[in-house]
Each structure stands twice: as C-alpha cells, then as structure tokens.
Design a protein around this ligand. Structure first.
Ligand code: ADP
Ligand code: MG
Length: 372
C-alpha cells in the first residue's frame, strides 16, 4: 500500500499547503516592505506551516535571510539566546551567506556592558549577576540582523514563533525587544506568531506596553472547505483510492476547516478499506482516539463553570447567554457571559462569521458528545 500522504503531527513542507495563498502574499509583501506582523491563531491552526512557507518564499523572492526562532516551552534567557543564534545559523546556511555566519561566530557574543534601554524594566524575574551576562548575550543576539545587514546588505526575516512563551522567562522582554526593533527598519522585518490571540492583543494593542502598535495584526481563519476537499481528493485519487472519494465532502464537514483536524481525519480515512461502508465513521473514531489524550488534558484543566458552558454548546445551544443555554448550565446571565469570554480567550470557542459561537476544535465537541 502507498505511504499515507496526510501529515497531521508536524508542520507541513512549504509546497504542501492547502490555500493560505492570500495570507502568504500579504505576509511576504509586508516583510519585503519592512513591516512587522503579528500572526495570532489557536494551536494547530497552521502558524508554523505558514511561517515556514513564508521563510522559504522570502528567501526565494527577496533574498531575505529567514530566521525562524521557535520559542515554544522556553524557560531561561540562555535558552532564548541559543534558539535565536541557532535560527540565524540555519537561516544563513545557504549559498554565499554561509561565510557570514562563520565570520559572526568567530567574533562571538562580546559587549557585555550594553546600556540599552529596556534592561531597567526587567523585573525580579531576572537575577544578577549570571542573568546580566545572559541578558547581554540576548542583546547581542537581537542585534544579529544589523550585523548580517552590514555584511550582506540583505534584510533578515525574523520570526518569533510561539512568541507568548518568551514571557514565561521574564517580564519586560518586550521592552528589550523594542529597544532593538526600533532601529532595525533597514535590517529586519519581524513576524510574531502566537497561540493566544488575547495575549497577543494585550502585548501589541495596549499603549502602555513597549510593543504597542509595533506590528500589524493578521489572523488565520479555518481552511476553505472547497480547497480542503480538492486537496484531500487529489491525494486519495493519486493513491488510487477511488472508493473513498465520495466521502471527502463529509470529512471536510466534520473537520470544520480546522487544519490539523482535517489532516488527521484524512490520514485516518486513508487507513480504512475502500469497500468499508462505514469508512468515514471509522476514520472519525480513529481520529478521536488519536486526539483523545490531548482532549482529556484540556478538559482536566477546566473548572466546573467552563465545563458547563462547553457542555451547553456541545448540546446544541450556540446562543450561550440565551434561555436554553442558561437552563443547561444553571448560571446567571452575567456569569455565563464572563465564562464565555474566558473560553474565547482560551481559544476554546470562537464566533463564526454569522456571530454564532462554535468550538475552535470540532473534536472537542465530538468528544464531549461521546463521553458524556
Ligand atoms: N495550510 C495547511 N494545509 C493543510 N494542512 C495544514 C495547513 N496548515 C496546517 N496544517 C495541518 O495542521 C497541522 C498543524 O500545523 P502547524 O503549522 O504545526 O500549526 P501551529 O503552528 O499553528 O500549531 C499540520 O501538521 C498539518 O497537518
Ligand atoms: Mg507551531
């Protein structure tokens, strides 16, 4: 049997994206123009996939040096510095820019005493003196686009993926970042990607924060059903799985355009027999099993109030402060509205284009209906 063509557990290669054409074009144009962007979308919505495609395109189209820094789960300043440096090393590891990296590395990270504004705003989270040398190293790492630009005349595309995790290291790092950003208009364009839209809004939309209005906002919507269906159908057909083709629209509907859920479902459908009349329900069940641990964990961390409101939504009451939903939860209207907004901030629920509430992850709804 042919290898399963549907990847659901890691970012996709740049040439395998469903749609995201407009987003990619917009990101590329802004990067080339030196405009920084913040990209906010829930987990598994295709941020890293899109970023990798952008990095490749920025290099191909504009010879921008792509520097993709993955900040997920970072806990120390040293680790931040290491991840940034590695990202430059990877970004420069192509063509004639290779020698630039060697030259930068030879010079190492020096200048321990940089009097850059922002340091003072670092709170008690960073202790002296070990931290002060780490902080100096961070300042050096954040100056790398300037060094690269001096040597090559090329602009860097600096992507900080899972940006919000930077703030588990220390408060005030947005001030540190700002102090570099503001004089890098010729040498760098930044993309800040984050899985917590509410936190991204707080960082960039609050005039008391250093990064206020430093980056234009871009959000990722669900994948368009028609593009998704074309993609899945083409791959099934290419593998000679014609018996499954008529199930594709049903699959896309179950996925609700959620990128990772769609690929997981397609992967599981591919595993079913062509002549199985229940291939789609079997694929859905297999996909839910695969996702089960994660869903279980999400659920376990939720308080009773949030569980009830999600229960109401799963039971078919999308008007969350309407009579039926209130009767389902037993909450007062104001309480319910507060919980609803907290769930939205957690990216568990969102409003669709028509203003109705829905689950961000369609599997959470399926799982709730199945378990309870
Ligand atoms: N444009 C896309 N087309 C098809 N599948 C996608 C797309 N973007 C994401 N996916 C699917 O979603 C999964 C998670 O994507 P990823 O980029 O890692 O999300 P994020 O970085 O937002 O958590 C990928 O493994 C892939 O299966
Ligand atoms: Mg990611």
């Amino acid at each position: 049997m042919a290898a399963n063509p549907f990847t659901f557990d890691r970012p996709l290669p740049a040439d395998e994206l469903v749609d995201r054409v407009a987003e990619l074009e917009q990101l590329l144009a802004m990067a080339a123009a030196g405009q920084s962007v913040r990209l906010a979308a829930p987990r598994r919505y295709g941020k890293t996939t899109l970023i990798n495609a952008l990095a490749e395109a920025a290099w191909q189209a504009h010879e921008m040096v792509p520097t993709v820094v993955d900040l997920s789960g970072v806990t120390t300043l040293d680790d931040v510095v290491l991840r940034i440096t590695r990202a430059y090393e990877r970004g420069l590891d192509r063509g004639r820019t290779r020698s630039v990296w060697r030259s930068l590395r030879r010079r190492g990270t020096t200048s321990a005493q940089v009097g850059v504004p922002g340091v003072a705003s670092l709170g008690a989270g960073v202790a002296a003196p070990a931290a002060s040398s780490s902080l100096a190293a961070l300042h050096d790492a954040l100056e790398l686009p300037v060094r690269v630009h001096e040597r090559t005349g090329q602009r860097c595309l600096v992507v900080l993926d899972e940006f919000q995790d930077l703030f588990t290291v220390a408060d005030g790092l947005d001030g540190v970042l700002r102090s570099h950003l503001q004089h890098q208009s010729a040498s760098a364009s930044y993309v800040f990607a984050g899985s917590q839209p509410s936190m991204m809004r707080a960082l960039f939309g609050d005039r008391r924060r250093p990064l206020f209005e430093q980056a234009r906002a871009l959000t990722l919507e669900p994948l368009p059903a028609a593009d998704l269906a074309d993609f899945v159908e083409a791959r099934l057909a290419a593998a000679g799985r014609d018996g499954l083709l008529e199930l594709v629209d049903g699959l896309v509907e179950v996925s609700a355009g959620h990128p990772q859920r769609a690929m997981l479902l397609a992967h599981m459908l591919f595993e079913q027999a062509d002549d199985d009349p229940d291939a789609l329900p079997h694929a859905v069940a297999a996909a839910l099993r695969e996702a089960g641990d994660g869903l279980e964990q999400t659920w376990r961390f939720l308080g009773d109030g949030k569980r009830r409101v999600l229960g109401a939504l799963a039971a078919g009451h999308p008007e969350l402060t309407g009579k039926a939903a209130l009767a389902h939860t037993g909450h007062a209207k104001g309480t319910q509205a507060g919980i609803r907004d907290a769930l939205a901030a957690d990216t568990l629920i969102t409003r669709d284009a028509a203003g109705a509430w829905r689950f961000v992850d369609p599997f959470l709804a399926l799982w709730l209906r199945q378990e309870r």
